[in-house]
Ligand binder design. Structure first.
Ligand code: OAD
Length: 260
């Protein structure tokens, strides 16, 4: 493999190139690769994470408002909070990390991304095999019947379900709700059957999503974690890369392309 990049990544400062090389070596031997991504994946696109300082949760208490009960208590407040987040996503773009992920699909026999993010950026940047574990902020559904609503009359806020008149709500997973079953099962199977499992930009605090890394590890996958900070699941890592996904993932992609 003539992949001999030395030193550190330009903007990221102290990323250890040896760890990137270790990840590339594992990946070059792998056929089935999957990834779990979190808010850090979109941080370089300008989307706030949840738990970092200035994160989304510093302004709204999620345990109160990102719940069915919170929505019923003040639907307008919660709808407008999601509207603000939708606008933030609309005014942002996928970053180099998302684009590298999309390229991985072309390299491995199997590659999928299970994402906790609701911004849709993996699909927007060309990834096809994406499991949106926590839903998608641009999709809405009926609060009572759970049916997806394609068109909404936004002359009232929040809009109403055109079929039954119940409140419309974003099709995202709130606290206390279960993950969409088919999506979860697909992500679970991919974790279980991975040769290498990549964990990118997540604090590893929210279950069941965070548990996917342990499922992969238990089934003999090598786990590669990419995060500039410590996460709750670092102990699972075979390779721990302390760096930003928008810098590390393109570097891994270059390594894979050079090592083919
Ligand atoms: P968190 O906000 O908990 O964690 C974001 C992680 O991204 C942190 O570990 C950061 O260190 C890391 N990070 C920041 N910038 C990064 C970068 N440029 N590259 C890589 N990593 C970076 O977000 P999640 O782990 O995604 O769920 O949170 C999980 C879930 O908690 C969310 O999906 C949401 C929330 O409750 C629901 O709303 C259901």
């Amino acid at each position: 493999m003539d992949y001999k990049h030395k030193g550190t990544l330009s903007k990221g400062g102290m990323v250890n190139m040896d760890e990137i090389k270790n990840a590339v070596e594992l990946l070059l031997k792998a056929r089935r690769v999957s990834a779990l991504t979190g808010a850090g994946m979109s941080a370089e696109s300008g989307i706030q994470t949840f738990r970092d300082k200035d994160g989304i949760w510093t302004k709204m208490d999620p345990m109160k408002w990102a719940t069915r009960e919170g929505y019923l208590e003040n639907p307008r407040l919660v709808w407008e909070w999601y509207e603000a987040r939708r606008n933030q996503v609309k005014n942002s773009k996928p970053n180099d990390g998302h684009r590298a992920m999309a390229e991985f699909e072309k390299i491995f026999g199997h590659f999928s991304v299970a994402t906790q993010n609701i911004d849709g950026f993996h699909k927007l940047s060309g990834s096809k095999n994406v499991h949106e574990l926590h839903g998608n902020i641009f999709r809405n559904k009926c609060f009572d019947e759970n049916k997806i609503l394609e068109e909404l009359d936004e002359s009232t806020i929040p809009p109403r379900c055109p079929h039954c008149g119940a409140l419309a709500r974003p099709d995202v997973v709130w606290f206390g709700e279960v993950l969409p079953q088919e999506v979860w099962e697909a992500a679970f199977d991919d974790a279980k059957n991975s040769d290498v499992y990549m964990v990118v930009g997540t604090s590893g605090t929210v279950y069941p999503a965070a548990g996917l890394a342990a499922i992969a590890k238990k089934n003999d996958a090598k786990v590669v974690i990419i995060n500039p900070e410590d996460s709750e699941i670092d102990l699972l890592a075979d390779v721990l890369i302390k760096g930003k996904s928008g810098e590390v993932l393109p570097e891994i992609l270059r390594g894979l392309q050079a090592g083919k």
